[in-house]
Unconditional design. Structure first.
Length: 413
């Protein structure tokens, strides 16, 4: 135990030296959403740019002037996540650093609701230590995913697409290389960069298969009125962020796709990811090269801001094969903040049943608890301690539970 604590301190010091983090600010992100953002969730490029613009830097006025003159808005950040576990079947520490460059360039319809924009994001993801965070669940014997975006892929294209708003901003269409987590089952705390790190509390609660990014395809969303919306998309199930041009061959040649359809209600377009209720249906074709079977499923989400400070949520899903991590999962929790510019507390509790089709055998159910607390150190520089308690990790018969301590940081420019 003492050795584990020393390893945690060493890893956390390394992360603190190399990076710091921003936490999810529920009201801040809410104000950052415009009525025309029909698809872009809180983890998207557009939402990230809006959130970062609230932190004033020496170059903020110059960036604002550039945006007003040319329609170009951009940002750069470095994010790091380090974790240590008390029980494991392999390594008990993991770490990943991610450098991101992201931008939106409004090229048509400036000054109107029907804008046309080119949106893109390029990442450089690298492990810090022996194991990247994305692979840490396997080291723990945990049937799940922790830090899905914290891999060791190195240089990659996360997305590059054209966003066209229409019908006076009531709808939007995406065409290009997409990240489906931007628009599938999105809610305010789902971003792995800003909110929870465990997939149990993110897209589909772990019951949506594939979740490809940098995938060639299209998506669309439309508000019938201020409360009811529909969105959906079809993308290449074999998206390759390291070689995005291969998408032309796999999308039009192999025709193995991921499809989604979401129907929801909200108190207003700007509150879609906060005061909302939605149901998401998905289907994924069998992937020949990956050896995964076809499948389908559905997930649901409920959340509502209470008293201006609390964001309770209830989520869940079910899957039939399709490379989903879980067959069934439910989770609930809340986010809380007195002052979004200074800090945020988030807690979640979830139950999951691993997907027998994915793991090849029937595994026991798991219970997962996660808590994080954002602390602002300076403008654009924030730090987030993270705690997770996993009961009955299904792939580790020797451990009845394991405890994870994490530290996440982000510096935004």
């Amino acid at each position: 135990m003492r050795r584990n604590m020393l390893l945690a301190l060493t890893l956390n010091q390394r992360i603190m030296v190399t990076c710091v983090i921003i936490a999810l600010l529920v009201p801040t992100t809410l104000h950052g959403q415009s009525a025309s953002d029909k698809l872009a969730g809180p983890g998207s490029t557009r939402a990230q740019l809006a959130s970062d613009s609230l932190s004033k830097h020496r170059w903020s006025d110059w960036k604002a002037s550039l945006k007003n003159r040319t329609g170009l808005d951009f940002g750069f950040d470095f994010i790091g996540l380090g974790m240590v576990a008390t029980e494991s079947v392999g390594q008990n520490t993991a770490g990943t650093g991610v450098a991101r460059l992201f931008a939106e360039w409004v090229l048509t319809g400036r000054g109107t609701e029907n804008t046309g924009s080119l949106i893109g994001k390029v990442d450089y993801r690298h492990r810090l230590g022996k194991v990247p965070v994305k692979s840490f669940a396997g080291e723990l014997g945990y049937a799940g995913v922790i830090g899905a975006t914290y891999s060791d892929q190195r240089l990659r294209l996360t997305h590059l697409f054209w966003n066209q708003n229409f019908a006076q901003g009531r709808g939007a269409i995406y065409v290009g290389w997409l990240d489906v987590t931007d628009y599938v089952d999105a809610y305010a705390l789902a971003s792995p960069w800003q909110g929870f790190t465990n997939l149990q509390f993110q897209t589909g609660s772990g019951t949506i298969g594939g979740l490809p990014d940098s995938s060639l395809g299209l998506a669309a969303g439309y508000f019938f009125n201020n409360n009811v919306y529909i969105s959906g998309g079809i993308v290449d199930a074999n998206g390759n962020a390291r070689n995005p041009l291969a998408g032309f061959k796999t999308y039009f040649g192999e025709r193995e796709t991921f499809k989604s359809l979401e129907v929801g209600w909200t108190t207003g377009p700007k509150a879609r990811f906060f005061n909302s209720a939605h149901v998401t249906f998905w289907q994924q074709d069998a992937r020949t090269e990956e050896g995964t079977s076809s499948g389908y499923g559905l997930s649901f989400h409920l959340s509502y801001v209470l008293g201006g400070h609390w964001l309770p949520f209830l989520r869940g899903g079910w899957a039939d094969a399709g490379d989903a991590i879980y067959e069934t999962a439910f989770s609930g929790g809340f986010g809380y903040s007195q002052d979004p510019s200074k800090g945020l507390l988030g807690l979640g509790l979830g139950w999951s049943r691993p997907n027998e089709d994915t793991y090849g055998t029937e595994l026991e159910d798991q219970v997962t608890f996660e808590a994080f607390w954002m602390l602002e150190l300076a403008k654009g520089i924030e730090l987030t301690p993270n705690f997770q308690y996993i009961i009955n990790p299904s792939l580790n018969s020797e451990a009845g539970s394991t405890v994870l301590f994490g530290l996440r940081g982000r510096a935004a420019f």
